[in-house]
Design a binder for this molecule. Structure first.
Ligand code: SF4
Ligand code: SF4
Ligand code: SF4
Length: 159
């Protein structure tokens, strides 16, 4: 699966060309296992699951990130979820639209990132610049909604 997703694309409703964003801990057999019962969508406290193509639940990071709370896993009556997998394949990526490149102070993504995967490097005479530790990033998507410049996307390593 290849994912390259920014929040702006979601907000513009550009969903037809959107790659599949399957729920956390689901595998390549997701469409075969899921009965489209909506149990996970109803259980998700962050409201980051919604009905996608064909009625299958899909992640929607346009307003919020996944807290990895596992409520979807507990609610699901089918063998969809496997907690021995990593939750998501994709990782966050920060691009040149980041406001610090225009000399504007911003650390919104730092505040949003619970695993502290985004660190700010001090720079002489310029605002600190965000650096992403892809080994610490869980792909939770919380930083996407927090970024005022739409400078963060989710990318698969081989994407
Ligand atoms: S882990 Fe929790 S926040 Fe993430 S999709 Fe499942 S129910 Fe929603
Ligand atoms: S996607 Fe990664 S960088 Fe963004 S908030 Fe989640 S863990 Fe942090
Ligand atoms: S929230 Fe967006 S604009 Fe602000 S520092 Fe992070 S990547 Fe840059």
């Amino acid at each position: 699966m290849s994912v390259s997703l920014s929040r702006r694309r979601l907000l513009r409703g550009q969903l037809d060309s959107r790659p599949h964003l399957d729920p956390p801990w689901s595998g390549s057999d997701f469409n075969d296992c899921c009965s489209r019962c909506d149990a996970c969508i109803k259980a998700c406290p962050e409201q980051v699951l919604r009905r996608g193509d064909g009625g299958f639940p899909q992640m929607d990071f346009s307003q919020n990130g996944c807290s990895l709370c596992q409520a979807c896993v507990q609610a699901c009556p089918e063998p969809v979820f496997d907690l021995s997998r990593q939750a998501f394949d994709w990782r966050a990526q920060i691009n040149t639209a980041c406001l610090v490149n225009q000399g504007i102070h911003c650390q919104s993504c730092d505040d949003a990132c619970e695993p502290r995967a985004i660190r700010f490097r001090p720079r002489l005479g310029q605002p600190p610049s965000p650096e992403l530790d892809t080994t610490a990033c869980t792909g939770c998507g919380a930083c996407l909604a927090s970024c005022p410049a739409d400078a963060i996307s989710l990318e698969t390593p081989h994407g």
